[in-house]
Design a protein around this ligand. Structure first.
Ligand SMILES: [Zn+2]
Length: 215
C-alpha cells in the first residue's frame, strides 16, 4: 500500500490552495483517508462497525480495482478510526481527525433527532457517487451522503426527513440543470429513489430497522 498503516490527518494540513494539489500520491491519500474520516464521523452510531460507501482503492497486481468497500470502527480512547477493506487485506488506523476539516460529527441536522421515522432510500453505488460528485451540497446534506452505508441491496441513505427532503430537492435541481445524459440520468434516478423513500410508509424504519444488514 502507498500509505503507512497509521496516519495522523494533521500531516495533510494545512489544506493546499485550490489548484495546488501537491504530489499525486499525497493528493490521493488525502482524498481517500479524508473520505474515510468523513464517513466514520458522519455516521450516527459509535462503537459499531460501519460499512461505508467508500470504495477500496487497491489494484492488486495493477489489475482491476478491488471491488471491496471500506469498513470503519471508531474508538474513543484512543480516538482512532480503524479501517479495513471488506474484501482485500488493505487497512489502517487514522488519528488526529477530531476537529479536522473532515470531521462531520458536529455538523448539525435539522429535524427529528430520534431516528425511528427517518426516511431511507437505497441507491445504486453509481447513483450515490453521482450525488457526492455533482451536488453543491450544504454540510448537513454532505453528512447524510457520507453517512450512507453499503448494504447487499445498495447504498442506504437516511437522515431526518427535513434534511432528506432537502437532499431530494438538491438532486432534482441539479439533475434539471445538468448537461450530459448519463450524469443527468444518474441524478434523476437517485432523486426518484429518494422520493420513494420519503413517501414510503413504514412504521418501524430507521437505520437499525433496515432488516437487511450484513450477516
Ligand atoms: Zn480491497
Amino acid at each position: 500500500m502507498g500509505h503507512p498503516a497509521v496516519v495522523d490527518m494533521n500531516r495533510f494540513l494545512p489544506l493546499p490552495d485550490p489548484g495546488v494539489e501537491g504530489p499525486d500520491a499525497e493528493r490521493r491519500s488525502r482524498r481517500f483517508l479524508g473520505s474515510i474520516v468523513e464517513a466514520a464521523t458522519a455516521w450516527w452510531w459509535r462503537g459499531v462497525c460501519m460499512h461505508t460507501a467508500v470504495r477500496c482503492r487497491r489494484r492488486p497486481g495493477r489489475g482491476p480495482r478491488c471491488q471491496g468497500h471500506v469498513v470503519v470502527l471508531s474508538t474513543e480512547a484512543p480516538r482512532e478510526i480503524l479501517w479495513s477493506c471488506s474484501i482485500c487485506a488493505s487497512g489502517g488506523v487514522v488519528r488526529g481527525h477530531r476537529w479536522s476539516p473532515w470531521d462531520l460529527s458536529e455538523v448539525p441536522l435539522r429535524g427529528d433527532p430520534g431516528m425511528a421515522f427517518w426516511p431511507r432510500a437505497r441507491l445504486s453505488p453509481p447513483e450515490h457517487r453521482a450525488l457526492l460528485r455533482e451536488l453543491p451540497v450544504a454540510r448537513p446534506l454532505w453528512r447524510l451522503l457520507r453517512a450512507a452505508e453499503t448494504t447487499p441491496e445498495g447504498v442506504l441513505v437516511t437522515g431526518p426527513s427535513v434534511e432528506f427532503a432537502a437532499l431530494l430537492a438538491a438532486a432534482r435541481r441539479q439533475a434539471a440543470a445538468m448537461g450530459g445524459r448519463r450524469r443527468r440520468g444518474l441524478l434523476a434516478a437517485a432523486a426518484d429513489r429518494l422520493l420513494d423513500g420519503l413517501v414510503e410508509e413504514e412504521p418501524d424504519r430507521g437505520p437499525r430497522a433496515a432488516g437487511a444488514r450484513r450477516p
